[in-house]
Design a protein around this ligand. Sequence first.
Ligand SMILES: [Fe+2]
Ligand SMILES: [Fe+2]
Length: 404
Amino acid sequence: MMHRVAKMMDLMPVHVRRKVEPLLEVVDMLSAVQNTGVMAGFLPSFARGFVLRLGELPTTDMVSGHAAHFDWTYTSDFPEMRDLYSRAKQGQWDGEVDLDWSIGVDPRSPDVKLIPDHFICLDRAAEYGIRLNSKEKRALLHDISAWMLSQFLHGEQGALYAAAQVTESVQWMDGKLYGATQVVDEGRHVEVFHRYIDEKLEKLYIINDNLFTIIDSVVSDSRWDMKFLGMQIMVEGLALGAFGMLYKWTEEPLLKNLLRYVIRDEARHVHYGVLALKEHLTTGVSERERREREDWVFEVSLLMQNRFMMYEVYEEWFEHKMSRRQWRELVLDMPGLHEFRQVMFSRLVPNLRTIGLLTDRMLPHYDAAGLLQYMHGADATGLSGDQYLHELDADRERSMAAAE
Ligand SMILES: [Fe+2]
Ligand SMILES: [Fe+2]
């Protein structure tokens, strides 16, 4: 039924399609959520993101009912977190001083590519009468880079507030001290991504609806461990994969160095999330609560798997040539995006295993979603930022050698 409606949509005039198609997609997305409890929890955020479209306004207020948890004994209570806190203090850097902003960036340069050509493949777009010359292709790659970095920036703003909330509400004193460093880290990430977009790319895209919905649901949830799961494990886990991919492939030295610094910080953040949740989910929740979290992360994984479709770029470039559905099929086919999804989930799934949410009950679901292949990778506690960067460098060298 949905498929027939979608086909009809392809034939409609653009101004009708523009209104109806996004709503149809929400219905499609909601119907894909298998767990009704998870869906009910997501509905208010879906409504704010997709129906009211609050992410398109210049400012948004999100209300959270979490409690600020005080500990007047100041007892050191989690040695591994204390250790992360020390490492975080030593790992501080200053984006103003440590990055060379005098480097000139031409986002459309054919010689120093921000993202490689293989990220997009428009061969199939010819079916819709789209043929881009090399200048247009460079302009499109510029927009795609700006879109990706804009989403990183919006995600960093979400991470900044979520980190501040978690710092208030987490019960470990050592977690609060560590959390304070994460707040500084996220502030710095907002600073450097924004500066790069503003000064070098000169184009900022609005937040993607899906990302808005996930951030809204995490920031407005009053339970600290759901904020943790949503932000430290899901969003940051996926972001670490996305940053890694871009770090691996970009030829632009300022962006590469910026990502190198950010990745080291993010690896610590995910490590912290894994430590906290592994402890909490084995000792601090009931069986019913743990099952609820198992279902929640699985549904969120699915929501994130195929949902970042660069529609804002599509609207500028191709809206008159093809429908969103046709664009989505095109994007899902692109080799660069395929690699993106692979890298992101290869970072995420091992962390879900370590915190104990990949139970026997859930494994068949992950298997059916094609996510079980990532099960045996290293989790965030076994892979430091430097090790990860080293892996990415080696990966790039291997791919370059294979291409020659
Ligand atoms: Fe960050
Ligand atoms: Fe982070």
